[in-house]
Design a protein around this ligand. Sequence first.
Ligand SMILES: *Cc1c(COP(=O)(O)O)cnc(C)c1O
Length: 399
Amino acid sequence: MKEHIFLASPHMSEEGYEQAYIKEAFDTNWIAPLGKNVTEFEKEMAAKLGAKAAVALSAGTAAIHMALKAVGVGQGDLVFCQDLTFSATANPILYEKAVPVFIDSNEETWNMDPQALRQAFEKYGKLGRKPKAVLAVHLYGLCAQIEEIADICKEQQVPLIEDAAESLGTTWQGRYTGTFGDYGIISFNGNKIITSSGGGMLLVNTPDAQEKAAKVLYWSTQAREPARWYQHTEIGYNYRMSNIVAGIGRGQLKVLEQRVGEKRAIFSYYQQHLGGLPGVCFMPMREGSQSNCWLSCVQLADSCPVKPLDIMKALEEDDVESRPIWKPMHLQPVFAGYDFIPAGGLERKMLQVTDTEMGADSSVSGQLFEHGVCLPSDTKMTSGDLERICGVVGALWRA
Ligand SMILES: *Cc1c(COP(=O)(O)O)cnc(C)c1O
């Protein structure tokens, strides 16, 4: 029997750091959404990444929601949001009854195209409208053109929120993703590079970071006023991370760099062993950036005799997990009717349907979706596992 291979699964430290922090929480009976692990986890993460403040929350999605509230997004407001992403990036915009405008990616980074972002500002500027926030993502641990995007936001005086849920540990010019925007968010969901069994964190980088963090802490703990009785002047949320969960997170933070090294080694292995196959193109590694390689992804050229679905099916038959690239938001039925700003010049403006079954189109994000595969990137894989995966994939070219 061959062993099941996961796309990405929790990988606790060999040293047992996580259990030591949990034991301490049990021993002191801090089994609640407060306690030393929570506050220490925030301090350790902020110090590690170089953020001014951090708030530990129940999920990365909750962190995005809180970031949107912190910049004042409300009913009817525009938010310029990356199109190619997981729906959790965009959903909180709708929690606040705001209006997303989806911005296409470019092939160089797979992330928000600064040129398309400029076009969105021009288009809505002509209508006398300005977004309340720009929400950019570092997909699969690939660094977005975050300096260009931040410059545009500064010029337009619009706050930038960085969804670094998949890119914890990724750097640009030596600085960690999540610290370039006014707000950054990270996720500790079970499949992310480190996990707390589920959780997230908001990073605050504004000049008034402590004040903003305090406000988010207030909203995320039911908006309780400092009174003897339960007094409320605002709607609150139950979004705080628990002390047990934070204990796992603290232990995992100690092995973050190790995990980044392992993920990068997986990517190199695939490059070496699959890079020579005709039509295979790996996700772009930008000079100046060090990617955490959360998932190793490839694109298959139109001319390629093998299609993404062939790879996914062959791996599945061998009990190996893989997955398509995120389906873009502008192609999701739930977001139909919201505006989309395509990248890549005029010829791309006339979007053509290119795959009716997948619902893909000729936009850059649509093409990345149609041609892409995420290969298994579990840090617990052995070299034998990697050999097995490359054997299955390589065989498709020899068939
Ligand atoms: C995982 C993820 C999120 C959401 O994080 P959760 O902790 O699962 O709520 C948001 N954005 C992206 C891009 C993600 O991959």
